[in-house]
Ligand binder design. Structure first.
Ligand SMILES: Nc1ncnc2c1ncn2[C@@H]1O[C@H](COP(=O)(O)OP(=O)(O)OP(=O)(O)O)[C@@H](O)[C@H]1O
Length: 319
């Protein structure tokens, strides 16, 4: 069942982005955590915020939730300023922010009842629907203390969906989960997005998670946005190639002349998307190098940071 769209509930707001961050600036004790961060997220998308620990993801989420006050700039949800009209801006926003906290000695159901009692009254059917959505119906009357980490995270997700949220902000929601739990959580987020039209902002330091889940992504590095756009764009602009040769020093000397190629580290290069690796092999062989292997290499976050920030190129931002 699709939720009521914003256009139905909020006629004047339907054209506003789901989230807009305008020139956010934040420092803690004089140490900058966010530098002039601007970002837009569309309704109905799963958007990834990617960056290492300390990159500024939680600060961004904290500002969006009105828990951290920016030194400059403003955050809007559905066109409403979080800093000026927090309750209105967040009326249909839920979050898993830091580890969800529950009363272990109470059942999952009772925890959700208590949580929803703080906001507008939520009918039992709505709670049951959220529980069903996250696949906890069978265990919801058991004490939370008996839940696995994955079940606690799913309970957190049910909580984030209530009372009738259309936007959920997820801060590292797979932390502490085993590979099976991570897989389940991913499927669940995709299903919420597809079947209920929920917009998701997903924060993670794990490249692979963001890659598998998100169409668009912003990458933060030490509080700076270094990329903002489609994942496919980021990955297709350059490819990485791992090389195994008999004499790397000599090979590197030959490779430095190739315009479309950049040496990342010993044995690892990036090439432009149209570059034919056969040319590279030919150059090396003609130079007397024995080439034992040439294979595509999946870039990690460091390499992406490096290729974006150390290329002399301006950080990419989608207009
Ligand atoms: N309440 C705070 N007081 C002081 N410094 C803070 C506070 N919150 C964040 N910082 C600092 O701001 C910077 C950004 O931290 P932030 O938590 O936003 O990063 P992050 O990308 O979410 O990383 P993590 O995954 O570790 O939370 C870091 O240098 C951090 O130490």
């Amino acid at each position: 069942m699709l939720p009521k769209s914003c256009a139905q509930t909020n006629p004047g707001m339907s054209s506003a982005p789901m989230i807009e961050l305008r020139n956010l600036q934040k420092a803690f004790g004089g140490k900058p955590a966010l530098h002039d961060l601007s970002l837009e997220m569309k309704r109905g998308e799963i958007f990834g915020l990617l960056g290492h620990n300390g990159a500024g993801k939680s600060t961004t989420l904290g500002i969006l939730l009105g828990q951290v006050f920016p030194d400059q700039g403003e955050a809007f949800v559905n066109g409403v300023s979080v800093q000026r009209e927090r309750a209105k801006a967040l009326e249909r926003t839920g979050a898993i922010f830091e580890a969800p906290r529950f009363y272990d000695y109470l059942s999952g159901w009772r925890n959700l009842e208590i949580y929803t009692s703080y906001s507008a009254r939520v009918p039992k059917e709505k709670i049951a629907e959220a529980v069903e959505t996250v696949g906890l119906t069978r265990r919801i009357r058991d004490k939370v203390g008996t839940y696995s980490q994955g079940m606690r995270q799913r309970l957190g997700l049910a909580q984030a969906l209530l009372p009738d949220n259309e936007l959920i902000l997820l801060d590292e929601p797979t932390n502490g989960l085993d590979p099976e739990g991570i897989h389940e959580m991913r499927l669940l987020i995709q299903r919420l997005n597809r079947e209920r039209g929920i917009t998701v902002l997903f924060c993670s330091h794990l490249l692979v998670e963001v890659e598998q889940l998100c169409d668009r992504v912003a990458i933060l590095n030490q509080g700076h946005k270094v990329f903002d756009g489609r994942w496919a764009e980021l990955d297709s602009e350059q490819r990485s190639v791992r090389l195994e040769v008999d004499d790397w020093e000599k090979a590197a000397g030959l490779l430095r002349d190739i315009e479309q190629l950049k040496i990342v580290e010993n044995g690892l290069v990036t090439v432009g998307k149209d570059f034919d690796t056969a040319d590279l092999v030919e150059r090396l062989v003609q130079g007397g190098i024995r080439v034992r292997a040439v294979e595509p290499h999946r870039r990690n976050l460091e390499e992406i940071y490096l290729s974006i920030t150390h290329n002399g190129a301006t950080p990419h931002t989608e207009s």
